[in-house]
Design a protein around this ligand. Structure first.
Ligand code: FE
Ligand code: FE
Ligand code: MG
Length: 280
């Protein structure tokens, strides 16, 4: 079987890695190839967090691509790729940056002025009718969040918003728990800047209240996690909101509490909630 490297740019960010992973998966599903996601350096802290969170193994770090067939994602310029780039065979490029490459033969080129390469790949999945696994959707979502600064950056397009919405649904950043007969819903978004989300706080609370009445939910927590500063702002609504105050030993102000060091729903939030419910 033909082996193809799907390569993200040097100093790989979440879009470079998310695109390499998601495109490799798509190629393996669609074609008779062995597509391997690769990067030239270890992931940065933001991507590390996303990979850990969605329990996705880090792509292989390669030092050479000589004599390899490669597909470039999230870049197209030699300067952003491995040094022995010239000795590889580029089959395709999927990217959202300005073009700066000359090829010596025809290649497959998918270039679009959108906020993230992950957005282009998302629409490729749709076009081919391939369903996106939950974990990969989560990584693609992180890539879009990162590259578009949570859909607030100047490069954000309608397509990024559509992809974001759908990927957020697939990756299930909303989870329901039942503790002591109470229905608890916890949604989480992870950002690199909280300000844009906090600006929308009234809309978020309205949405939360709609869910509470529609789903007979006793407690709804919306966790906004800053993955760079390693902290969370938690918005809390519902009849059981006092449990959260006990769990985190805090008082809610404007239905919110700030939790430094808290980033994991599974490992940090849920255990404290269970304890507080049981101590009731
Ligand atoms: Fe990038
Ligand atoms: Fe990008
Ligand atoms: Mg980036």
């Amino acid at each position: 079987m033909t082996e193809v490297y799907v390569l993200g740019h040097n100093h790989p960010d979440t879009d470079a890695i998310g695109s390499a992973m998601s495109l490799a998966y798509l190629l393996n599903e669609m074609y008779n190839v062995k597509a391997i996601p690769v990067i030239s350096q270890k992931p940065d802290i933001e991507t590390r967090y996303a990979l850990d969170y969605f329990e996705i193994p880090t792509p292989m770090v390669v030092r050479t691509i000589a004599n390899k067939q490669i597909i470039l994602v999230d870049h197209n310029e030699i300067a952003q790729s491995l040094a022995d780039f010239e000795n590889s065979e580029v089959l395709a490029i999927i990217d959202h940056h300005k073009l700066g490459i000359k090829t010596n033969k025809p290649i497959y080129l998918l270039s679009e002025p959108v906020g993230a390469t992950a957005t282009i790949i998302y629409f490729k999945y749709k076009e081919l009718g391939i369903s996106i696994p939950e974990k990969i959707a989560g990584l693609m979502l992180s890539a879009i969040i990162s590259d578009t600064l949570l859909l607030k950056g100047p490069t954000t397009t309608k397509k990024d918003c559509v992809a974001y919405q759908d990927l957020a649904d697939i990756s299930g950043d909303v989870k329901d728990y039942f503790i002591q007969g109470k229905h608890i819903r916890i949604a989480q978004v992870y950002v690199t800047d909280m300000a844009p989300v906090l600006e929308k706080i009234t809309d978020i609370k309205n949405e939360m209240n709609k869910h509470i009445s529609k789903n007979y939910c006793d407690l709804f927590m919306f966790v906004i996690t800053d993955i760079l500063k390693i902290n969370s702002m938690i918005v809390v609504l519902g009849d059981e909101r006092a449990v959260v105050e006990r769990a985190f030993n805090t008082k809610l102000a404007h239905d919110m509490c700030y939790q430094p060091g808290v980033v994991s729903r599974k490992k940090q939030i849920i255990p404290l909630l269970i304890k507080a419910f049981l101590a009731k």
